[in-house]
Design a protein around this ligand. Structure first.
Ligand SMILES: [Zn+2]
Length: 361
């Protein structure tokens, strides 16, 4: 059994490193693919379903066997789907199909991240309400996944009431652990990242290294998560489980961040209305990442199931693999494991950060 497990892990890793080379996927010009993204439904894929098994119910292992749970990022709906979202999702779909062929019960989770300042701004720029905007973009993702024949099992929207209930329960668990406190914060804020930045990370003129736009000074009182308490446990986890972050050069990056010292991060916003209210203070909303990451758990809830963290967890948590782009590595490999530890939940087994299509690393 142990040997079989090891072989399976090896095959996941080798297939990941092979699949996640952009050249493996797209040996046609990117412009051709871009056009495909906007082709009308049913134009791209013939009506025949894939030759590979796409049915997660059709597996040889026992129904009660631990499922292989793989997630794509939950895509931020400030803009329509693009090549990068298709890249992660096609890769996740290929891995899910491979696992199904091995006889595993697979749960492929995808979805949309729908709260935050950027979404409200994008909606008002098109003259629509945030909810209308989210409905339209979320639907565009679903249509694209249909056109690309993505066999996902769960599609979670972070505006779904069941997700909001899970976030609320999670918040109370972390609060009970004394890991949430209120404090004033003043710093340089990148609206596009929706986070305060450390001045050391910024480029000239206080520009965000990801968005290349100047960060703005902002001051507000927020609720904070005591990330610094988890510095030592995180260091130990990464040392004992070197496969937790893949590929290995991303693990080095994560270990570097932790070694530089973890600072508590703010998990609420006072000036953002489009979000889940902080359960203990309705003048504030929950920071978009403290909300969205929970989508990987709330997605597991069955439709008629009781809405609780416990039921969601018993449906398949922890995830076997979070497949993400390298730009969101810090949230998945540092913030998320610390949040889970605080709430007394298991950690995902692996976080794989792939590069961008335009740059292999
Ligand atoms: Zn930024």
């Amino acid at each position: 059994m142990a040997v079989a497990r090891m072989n399976m892990n090896c095959s996941i890793q080798s297939s990941l490193s092979c699949i996640l080379k952009p050249s493996y996927f797209f040996n046609f010009k990117t412009t051709q693919f871009k056009n495909r993204l906007y082709f009308p439904q049913n134009h791209l894929i013939s009506s025949k379903r894939s030759l590979l098994c796409t049915c997660s119910g059709n597996f040889q292992a026992g129904e009660k066997a631990e499922p292989f749970v793989i997630t794509t990022p939950l895509y931020y709906v400030n803009a329509p789907p693009h090549m990068g979202s298709a890249y992660s999702t096609i890769a996740a779909d290929a891995i899910a199909r491979f696992q199904r062929l091995l006889g595993k019960r697979v749960i492929l989770i995808t979805g949309t991240d729908e709260h935050g300042e950027k979404i409200a701004t994008a909606a008002s720029a098109c003259g629509s309400s945030p909810r209308e905007h989210c409905d339209v973009i979320s639907q565009a993702y679903k249509m694209l996944w249909k056109d690309l024949d993505i066999a996902y099992d769960k599609f979670i929207r972070t505006t779904d009431p069941k997700h909001e209930a899970i976030v609320e329960e999670f918040y109370f668990r972390v609060l009970a652990k004394n890991d949430i406190y209120r404090a004033d914060y003043e710093g340089l804020y990148c609206v596009n990242c929706e986070e305060y930045k450390d001045e050391k990370e910024l480029l000239e003129n206080n520009c965000c290294p990801t968005h290349l736009k100047p960060c703005v000074p902002r001051k507000e009182d927020n609720y904070f998560f005591a990330l610094s308490k988890y510095q030592k446990p995180l260091e130990e986890i990464l040392e004992q489980n070197p496969d937790f972050v893949q590929p290995s050069y991303r693990l080095n990056e994560v270990q570097g961040w932790i070694k530089n010292g973890l600072r508590d991060f703010s998990i609420s916003r006072a000036a953002v209305e489009w979000g889940i209210p902080v359960p203990t203070d309705n003048k504030q909303t929950i920071y978009v990442w403290f909300d969205a990451l929970l989508g990987y758990i709330s997605a597991l809830l069955e439709d008629k199931e009781q809405i609780s963290l416990q039921s969601a967890v018993s449906s398949g948590w922890p995830a076997s693999l979070h497949l993400i782009g390298k730009d969101i590595l810090r949230f998945h490999a540092v913030y998320w494991p610390a949040m889970l530890m605080s709430a007394g939940l298991s950690l995902p087994k692996m976080v794989f950060g792939h590069g961008f299509l335009t740059k292999v690393l």
